[in-house]
Design a protein around this ligand. Structure first.
Ligand SMILES: Cc1cc2nc3c(=O)[nH]c(=O)nc-3n(C[C@H](O)[C@H](O)[C@H](O)COP(=O)(O)OP(=O)(O)OC[C@H]3O[C@@H](n4cnc5c(N)ncnc54)[C@H](O)[C@@H]3O)c2cc1C
Length: 285
């Protein structure tokens, strides 16, 4: 199918973009980034925005830099920008590992990191990364700029704290310290499909014990989150099978799973238990 008619705005500056968005947002005008979620939805006529504010020609929104111990990811940075070696250190390794699981190559060359966050599909890998790394999200409107913590950003399935007249201009990820080991495991029915559940873990080992553990889940609940009880269980523990078993049980028990016609809550709970063990082993390898 083809989308319903719309007016395509192509602002050259962020000031122009937020001014236009302020005018068209009350009529369901939307931001267009990579178009890899919005355009299919429009083609199915599940959305009929009469105005699209295309941000792709705004200079500087493709900025991907490390500054002040944070990775700054501009609104037009594509998934594919996070390939192996693109960003140094454990944060870069972690993002490269995650990126390989997002959709297929053509989608990764157009879809954006910030677009994924704004879209807030429960199964989005970048949303889970933002939650587990405590991202800071920078929103800009005609009224000014505000920062939103990831834990306050995701509110429900495909619902965020972003207002209709705001553009997510940048996501900032705190850098993982040197020596951090990471694990990322997800399950989807076919390669490239949206995941039914995913687990993300990061920690350092000091004196044979786990320290600074981060543990998060995505795809299994309405929106991704860190599980701080699981992190407390991991911190100070030895990296061994009994620790994995205890922490994986805790994660499964804490889940408030999504259910749909083909995937029960119990199935997602089992997946989280099993993916947790795999992610722990990966982070130790
Ligand atoms: C076949 C297929 C498989 C896919 N598989 C996966 C997958 O496995 N994992 C995954 O995470 N994603 C997957 N995706 C989605 C893909 O990653 C999208 O790129 C992503 O969800 C949205 O990014 P985008 O830049 O394309 O946003 P768009 O499609 O342009 O926009 C999506 C929504 O976010 C809003 N928006 C976008 N950018 C901003 C911004 N900067 N500020 C405010 N609002 C904004 C738009 O208005 C729109 O409502 C898949 C898509 C397809 C078609």
């Amino acid at each position: 199918m083809k989308p319903a008619p719309f007016i395509h705005h192509r602002p050259r500056t962020i000031e122009e973009a937020v001014r236009i968005l302020a005018e068209v947002a009350p009529d369901d005008g939307r931001v267009l980034a990579g178009g890899q979620s919005l355009v299919p939805i429009m083609a199915f006529r599940m959305a009929r925005p009469p105005h699209l504010v295309d941000i792709n020609e705004i200079e500087g929104l493709d900025r991907l830099v490390v500054q002040d111990d944070r990775l700054h990811i501009g609104a037009c940075v594509r998934h594919a920008a996070f390939g192996k070696g693109a960003i140094e250190g454990p944060t870069g390794d972690f993002l490269a590992k995650v990126m390989r699981k997002i959709a297929h190559h053509p989608i990764r060359t157009r879809g954006t990191f910030c677009g994924s966050l704004a879209h807030a599909d429960p199964a989005s890998e970048w949303c889970a990364v933002a939650a587990v790394l405590d991202a800071v999200l920078v929103a800009r409107s005609h009224e000014g700029t505000r920062e939103i913590r990831a834990r306050d950003f995701f509110e429900a399935v495909m619902t965020t704290a972003l207002r209709a007249d705001e553009i997510l201009v940048e996501a900032q990820l705190p850098l993982l310290p040197a020596g951090t080991r990471t694990g990322f495991c997800e399950f989807s029915r076919r390669a490239g499909d949206f995941a039914i559940a995913m687990v993300l873990v990061a920690w350092r080992i000091e004196n044979d014990c786990i320290v600074e553990a981060r543990f998060g889940i995505g795809g299994a609940e309405a929106f991704p989150r860190r599980l701080t009880d699981v992190e407390a269980c991991l911190n100070g523990a030895r990296p061994e099978q009994s620790t994995w078993d205890e922490a994986a049980e805790m994660a499964a028990a804490a889940l408030d799973p999504l259910e749909d016609a083909v995937t029960s809550g119990d199935y997602r709970r089992d997946l989280v238990r099993s993916l947790s063990r795999q992610a722990f082993e990966q982070a130790c390898a």
